[in-house]
Design a binder for this molecule. Structure first.
Ligand SMILES: [Zn+2]
Length: 130
């Protein structure tokens, strides 16, 4: 996931959770396989984001989200709280990279609490320690 993909992943997050509530089996491979289901999913995402993502990108985000649901839910929640920028940007640590990571800066281990985490880029993740 890239920083430029936040709208897409936030929307996928919302739709995925709605599917779960409505027992639409979001993890089912049918959503990725069948033409009509793919189209339905892509239509929902494009309508809500107002952006013309291509089908491949939407379905990849859907699949990524399903495979790492806890991670992406945490990213969305942390970004909602603290913003969509790398925690280490503007701290004299050089340019950020494009890939989004989430990091527990207090190192409390599991469970990962939103308040303990920050969004960081791949380049800067863990650079805050030591
Ligand atoms: Zn960074």
């Amino acid at each position: 996931m890239k920083f430029s993909d936040f709208d897409l992943y936030n929307t996928v997050h919302d739709i995925y959770l709605e599917f779960e509530r409505n027992q639409n089996k979001p993890r089912s491979a049918d959503w990725l396989i069948y033409h009509r289901k793919r189209q339905f999913l892509c239509h929902l995402v494009i309508e809500r984001t107002g952006q013309q993502y291509d089908e491949e990108k939407i379905l990849k985000a859907w699949d990524d989200f399903g495979k790492n649901k806890d991670k992406y839910r945490l990213i969305v929640a942390v970004a909602d709280r603290f913003g969509r920028k790398c925690f280490y940007s503007n701290r004299n640590k050089g340019e950020c990279s494009h890939t989004v990571c989430v990091e527990n800066i207090f190192n409390h281990g599991d469970p990962l609490l939103v308040e303990d985490c920050v969004i960081s880029c791949r380049k800067h993740v863990s650079k805050g320690k030591g």
